[in-house]
Design a protein around this ligand. Structure first.
Ligand code: PLP
Length: 409
């Protein structure tokens, strides 16, 4: 029974720990701005009307059974998911150069992509270290995912705390100085945790360097539709890279946020190759990895998303749903900004609240200020001052602004 005596206690996950602390808090004005999950204006989880319609139809459909999906998942789901991110007119899809596999949401896509690279990327051949460049900062799980497969995560400059904006020079300098054929992880849109994205012109310059250097682009796309409310616009960077043809890349896609299907674990990995033959070989190897890890992905959420993506009426409803979520978040940005700058006249510049994109805002507060927000204000946020805009509502935004004002003065 002493076999586990050498197992050290692991620290709790920082984000989920915040949620538990929030739930245990008895204060009636407490606010949870920690976790990146959409909430409606009453602070409640929202089942999208498009999702509700699809699931109701699915449950009523007596021909739906509970057999295994194939190893690579529901084919109509993966093919329509590929079209969603790459565009209905994608040359890569038409030329059969995209290998798509259904995954356990975005996390599973990142993991499957990481395992695939660890087995098949030509690190030795290209003379590059077994490493991946990740933005500083990034989604906390990226480090853990790559470390677990023996690919070392290395930071590239991304966010400049002085300007509360993109460190474009630092980022592009690293792209240029890295060895040719290095792997870089890119957030497709609505960067987590900073909400800071390159402009379309900057993406073009970044793509130019990828072409020049032969770098591999590992796109993580967890927020398509959340950045602008427009699914096509938010796929702009990915589509631009794919159109360049010579940039080797893959895309991790999650439907957790844009379909509100967090717990159903719906996602896909799309690997783009140079030829249909390579693509078929890649797909066969992805299937081998998937078999040993999960055998077959879960069916329900993938069926829901497949219906939404393939039935025009449901798709139109979903577009409206996504727009509504993004719109509420953009409204909250404006309200928080107005309260701080016009009403409270809080010291400092708060333009970044409006400029940042997607679910999160990096307030630019220090750790002591964040601690006061949490301990005195009962406002739950991460210690790097990231707040989830989706946790703000018309009912709590004044309270939150008041506390930000208090800790800044
Ligand atoms: N990648 C990024 C950047 C994220 O922010 C998230 C979720 O927060 C994910 C991937 C994956 O999330 P999920 O596994 O729930 O799809």
């Amino acid at each position: 029974l002493a076999v586990w005596s050498q197992v050290p206690q692991a620290p709790e996950d920082a984000i989920f720990k915040l949620t538990y602390a929030y739930k245990a808090d008895q204060y009636d004005r407490k606010v949870n701005l920690g976790v990146g999950a959409y909430r409606d204006d009453d602070g409640k989880p929202w089942v999208l009307p498009s999702v509700k319609q699809a699931q109701t139809a699915l449950i009523a459909d007596e021909s739906v059974d509970h057999e295994y999906l194939s190893i690579t998942g529901l084919a109509e789901f993966t093919s329509s998911a590929a079209k969603l991110i790459l565009g209905g007119d994608s040359a890569a899809i038409a030329e059969k150069r995209v290998a798509s596999v259904q995954t356990i949401s975005g996390t599973g896509a990142n993991h499957l992509g990481a395992v695939f690279l660890s087995r098949f990327y030509g690190f030795e051949k290209f003379g590059v270290e077994r490493q991946i460049y990740i933005s500083n900062p990034t989604w906390a799980n990226h480090k853990a995912i790559f470390n677990s497969v023996g690919i070392k995560p290395v930071d590239y400059p991304y966010y400049d705390p002085k300007t509360i904006a993109l460190d474009f020079e630092g980022f592009t300098n690293t792209l240029r100085s890295a060895k040719n054929q290095s792997i870089f992880l890119l957030h497709a849109c609505a960067h987590n945790p900073t909400g800071v994205d390159p402009t379309p012109e900057q993406w073009q310059q970044i793509a130019d360097i990828f072409v020049e250097k032969g770098h591999f682009a590992f796109f993580d796309c967890a927020y398509q539709g959340f950045a602008s409310g427009d699914l096509d616009r938010d796929a702009g960077a990915v589509r631009h890279f794919v159109a360049r043809k010579s940039i080797p890349l893959l895309i991790c896609q999650s439907f957790a946020k844009n379909a509100g299907l967090y717990g159903e674990r719906v996602g896909a990995l799309h690997v783009v190759s140079a030829t249909p033959e390579q693509s078929a070989a890649v797909l066969s190897q992805l299937a081998v990895i998937q078999r040993s890890e999960i055998s077959n992905p879960p069916a329900f959420g993938a069926r829901v998303v497949k219906m939404i993506l393939t039935e025009p009426k449901l798709y139109a409803q979903w577009q409206a749903d996504v727009k509504k979520m993004a719109g509420r978040i953009i409204d909250m940005r404006q309200r928080l900004f107005d309260l701080l700058t016009k009403q409270l006249k809080t010291p400092g510049n708060w333009d970044h609240i409006l400029k940042q994109i997607g679910m999160f805002t990096f307030l630019g507060l220090d750790t002591d200020q964040c601690k006061r927000l949490l301990e005195e204000g009962h406002i739950y946020l991460t210690a790097n001052s990231r707040i989830s805009m989706a946790g703000l509502t018309t009912k709590n935004v004044e309270y939150v602004a008041g506390w930000i004002d208090k800790v800044v003065r």
